[in-house]
Design a protein around this ligand. Structure first.
Ligand SMILES: *[C@@H]1O[C@H](CO)[C@@H](O)[C@H](O)[C@H]1NC(C)=O
Ligand SMILES: *[C@@H]1O[C@H](CO)[C@@H](O)[C@H](O)[C@H]1NC(C)=O
Ligand SMILES: *[C@@H]1O[C@H](CO)[C@@H](O)[C@H](O)[C@H]1NC(C)=O
Length: 398
């Protein structure tokens, strides 16, 4: 009895002490988990590190089969397409991989290839994912994703040369410069952006498009940042010191979550993606959207490094000049908040340009919530805990 009473008193005292200190975890409704045991991590500076205002998509220097490539780092998709000319021969593809394809229904470009578990070295971090090794790219207007042959029928292939409008310049539509997957309505071509990336790259270095986002269609097996094997030669597989995940700031990305690289963040627990059968297949974090001081509408949040524009859906449709406010994870205790104006695509880049988080233009999202596009990273650093399912933000100090 005496012991119990003492315990209760101690608990009450502890509680009272905490109330007096507003900065304790009790006062923060969105603490990051205790990451103390995790120390294996590496910071990879972006290849285009001069891109400080997030004008372009971030790129990383990677290598495949010992061949250096420049890869776009896209949080808005999951998966990677690599050209077979980077060290993959027919014997290897037909014996070790599974025939497959990626088809873009809006542009009609068909990427023919093989699904292969492929090791990729990202700046000393060796990781692996189920990648599409592309053997051919063809405009195939009549192709259907249910085609069990995974190849464009010869008759349709011939139509490619008269393909109107939808299959434009092969250079700007190439799978190596665009997403392997993604929602059609959020995957409109941004020719300007792709041209900029291509112009920056020398002709001697090839390129790849690396989708490392979560809740974007493909499961974690397709995600290079979810299957890390070693860092600078030290294995992280089954390591109690490694926590899968990443931290993105304006100059690069940390692979591996630690207490130090998540300092100053606030976080929300993620749910598994609806209908998912994989244990680390996390869904998008929650947010609320308000149009012109109207009602808060609850939806989901994405900060897509692949696009400079945004897609928003609130309780009413937004029109040019409307004020759009986003709070993450909810309107009452947000740890992230951004505001920007609705801009039609025709006026891209002309409105609200003094606001660092203003997207170039704002389309309508297919689901409630927001895809802020990459300008969001001018306001916040972002982290994703892939093992534990946490998503966090840290407001930039400047
Ligand atoms: C094909 O690729 C595999 C794996 O890289 C390699 O071991 C093999 O020697 C290659 N074969 C030919 C004929 O180049
Ligand atoms: C991003 O993080 C790296 C590693 O901690 C740091 O060196 C760099 O200054 C950070 N960049 C910005 C813009 O905060
Ligand atoms: C929204 O509310 C803010 C603060 O009260 C005000 O400054 C702003 O003009 C309002 N915007 C609209 C579109 O009503």
């Amino acid at each position: 009895m005496h012991k119990t009473a003492a315990l209760i008193t101690a608990t009450l005292l502890a509680g009272r002490g905490a109330e007096a200190l507003p900065m304790t975890p009790l006062a923060n409704p969105n603490p990051v988990p205790a990451y103390c045991p995790f120390t294996q991590t590496k910071f990879l500076p972006f290849y285009n590190s001069g891109n400080k205002e997030w004008t372009d998509a971030p790129t990383l220097s990677i290598s495949v089969n010992g061949i250096p490539l420049i890869a776009t780092m896209d949080t808005g998709s999951t998966g990677i397409v690599i050209d077979s000319k980077y060290g993959f021969n027919t014997t290897y593809l037909t014996s070790k991989c599974t025939i497959g394809h990626v088809f873009y229904t809006s542009s009609h470009w068909l990427q023919e290839g093989y699904w292969c578990d492929t090791d990729v070295n990202v700046g000393g971090v060796v990781t692996s994912a189920l990648a599409l090794i592309r053997t051919n790219e063809v405009c195939c207007p009549a192709f259907s994703d249910s085609n069990e042959n995974h190849r464009c029928p010869t008759a349709d292939r011939e139509k490619a040369c008269v393909c109107k409008g939808t299959c434009t310049s092969a250079a700007s539509q190439s799978a190596l410069t665009r997403r392997a997957t993604g929602d059609e309505d959020e995957d409109e071509e941004d020719g300007e952006d792709i041209a900029t990336i291509e112009a920056r790259q020398t002709t001697t270095v090839g390129k790849a498009y690396m989708g490392i986002g979560f809740a974007r269609g493909n499961p974690p097996t397709h995600n290079l940042f979810m299957n890390i094997k070693s860092i600078d030669g030290v294995s992280v597989v089954d390591s109690s010191k490694f926590r899968t995940g990443y931290v993105i700031n304006s100059t690069g990305v940390w692979l591996g979550i630690t207490k130090a690289n998540t300092a100053g963040f606030k976080a929300v627990k993620l749910n598994l993606r609806e209908g998912s059968t994989e244990s680390r297949d996390w869904g998008e974090p929650p947010c609320d959207v308000q149009i012109n001081n109207g009602t808060w509408a609850t939806g989901t949040f994405l900060a897509d490094t692949g696009i400079p524009n945004a897609y928003v859906k609130g309780d009413v449709s937004h029109k040019e000049g409307n004020e759009i406010t986003i709070r993450i994870p909810n309107p009452s205790t947000p740890f992230g908040e951004v505001g920007f104006l609705s801009v039609p695509k025709a006026k891209s880049g002309t409105i609200g340009t003094n606001n660092p988080v203003q997207p170039t233009w704002v389309g309508t999202r297919s689901i409630l919530g927001v895809n802020t596009g990459r300008k969001f990273y001018n306001g916040y650093d972002l982290y994703f805990d892939g093992d534990g399912g946490y998503f966090g933000l840290r407001k930039k100090s400047n």
